[in-house]
Each structure stands twice: as C-alpha cells, then as structure tokens.
Ligand binder design. Sequence first.
Ligand SMILES: *Cc1c(COP(=O)(O)O)cnc(C)c1O
Length: 363
Amino acid sequence: MNIPDVPEYISSLVPYPPGKPIEELEREYGVKNPIKLASNENPLGPSPKAVEAARRALPMLHRYPDGSGYYLKQKICKKLGVKPEQLVLGNGSNDLIDFLIRVYVRPGMQVISSEPSFLVYQKMVQIAGGENIVVPLRDFVHDLEAIADSVTPATRIIFLDNPNNPCATVIKRSDFETLLQRLPEHVIVVLDGAYEEFVRDADCPMGYQYPDRDPRVVGLRTFSKSYGLAGLRVGYGIMDPVIAAMLDRVRQPFNVNSVALAAAEAALDDTQHLEKTLRLTWDGLDMLAQELKKMGCGVMPGHTNFMLIDTGRDAKKVYEAMLRKGVIIRAMGAYGFPSHIRITVGLPEENARFLEAFSDVIS
Ligand SMILES: *Cc1c(COP(=O)(O)O)cnc(C)c1O
C-alpha cells in the first residue's frame, strides 16, 4: 500500500494528549470515586432544563437541524443586545477559531497569540500553513504592547483568550483600547471569552461589546464552561456582519446539532442555574485561594472557574501523586510552567478532598 505523504506542517502537529476515561483510572490506580478537576467543566452539571430540552429534541433526530440556529440566535441577541447578523454559531467555540483561520489565513500570513494561552489557536494556524507569532505573557498577563510591536503587514489575526487559559488573568479595557488604536485596519482581534461569565472585574473588555464600535473585534463565547454543556459542543462568535457573512461561507450547513441547539436555548433561559454556578465557583475560588496561600503556594487571582497554582516543586510528580489519591488535575509543564498545576473549582466536597490530598502530597 502506498499511503500519500503529508506536508511537514501536518506531520509535525502534536495530537491532543488523550486523557483516559475516569473508569480506566479507577481500575489502573485502584482508586475509588476519583474526582476530575482537570477540564474546567461545570461541577454542577448542565441545567436540568437543558437536559429536559435535549430529551424533548430526541424524537426528531431523523431531521436535519435548523442550520441557521434561528431560535438560539434570537435568545443570544436578547441576552447580549446584539443582532442576529452579528452572530455565527459553532460546534463548540473551537469551530469559530477554525472558521476565522480558514477564512483569513493562508501561507505567508501571520497570526499572533500569547504563550502560554489556549493551544488550539496555534494548531489551527499551522494546519492552514500560516505562521504563528508567539508573544510571551508578561507577569502572567497578555503583553499588549509587545503584541502591537509584533504586528507586520502579514498579520491577519490576534488571538487573546481573555481571561487567559491557563493563568486566569484578564486585560484591562483601557489597555485593550490602546491596542486597537495602534492596530492597522487589516488585523482582526479575537477576544476569546470562554470564561467571561465568571469574570468579576468590570474593567475587563468583552467581545460582544465591540462589533458596533470596531469591526475588527470578534468575540467568542461557549456553552462548554459556565453552562455545563461541554459534551454537546456549542459556541458562538459575535462580530461585524461582513466577517460573519464570510464565516458563514466556510461553515458546514449543519455544524450545530439539533440536541445541542435545544439544550443551549434552555440553558440560556435558566438564569438561576447560571447564578448558582457562578456563586459556587466564586466561593470555591476564594476558599481555595485562602487555603493554598496558608500552605505557602502562589496562586493567581481567579477570573475563571479554574486556578493556576505554583506548587514550588515538580508539578508532574504532584500530578501523579494526586492521581494515586484519586484527584485528577493538570500539570502545566507543557505550558511552560514546570512547577504549576491547574485545577478546576469543584463542588465544596470536591474542593475539600483536593485540599486534603494536596496538603498530604506536598508535605
Ligand atoms: C475551554 C475553552 C474554550 C472552549 O472551547 P469549546 O469548543 O467551546 O468547548 C475556548 N477557549 C478557551 C480559552 C478555553 O479554555
């Protein structure tokens, strides 16, 4: 058999590290009831109303979904005060990252992102044959001055995950607007607000606030984190209608499935579940920060549902010791932080179990 060769920029991609199903870990490590605080999911689960809506959608599975996402867009518009022609829906917000790059990036063009930040940006740019320009964070925050300095005539997109994953930090509105003033017209700035609902800082710029003011700004949001629907894959972008019309051209006609559309609509309506999620997250963040500081660990102020923690030792070893105690977390060596771990805020009892295991591991 002759399997065709692939270009170097494809073969050099690193596949997403496959995690193991929780059931496998249980068996392998002999731990009971492991808890997963590794993927920034909602520990409360989805809204019961979203689950019910998903169930109600099941008898219609023989039909193709509404490819325009009409009703979901209506609800998003009402919530955020935007217009339907400013919205594009995606199979997760990852879909939007892919669309933006497929529309605007070709070989010879550049995309700027920060290091560390969400790894999907660089991966998609590489697939498109574009050039990644990577700017280190400064003091754990996007270095907007260095980013502006890195812009060239070949730059097409700047990706800012705001809050940043994994540092949980946010940029300031005035700094963002200074960046916009410095940017030429041909550069799109993406504010990836996957964690925007968790932000407690009113001075944090959010993507949905900009399309009417500055057509270069694209905002991304997702139902995967605060809405607890990661398994269904729904996200959206808010942008100038001209950009939206271009993304619609590359989008597969039925990229968001019918169950996901129904559940996302119901999730948006269930404001109580969102409020409960936010309260639980904020209380958890504050409690964890306080306890971790007592243990002598450096913690970042959390503007998300997760925390970056400096353990002061080899994080890979901490990760493995925690695994043996049935607590699944993330070691951040791959992000350039060999002594840091990232944990997602869990239920109060999960946070307590994390603290107990962690204090054992580091003593
Ligand atoms: C989790 C996350 C997303 C969400 O991706 P989905 O495809 O919507 O699940 C996007 N951006 C960042 C920075 C994230 O951490």
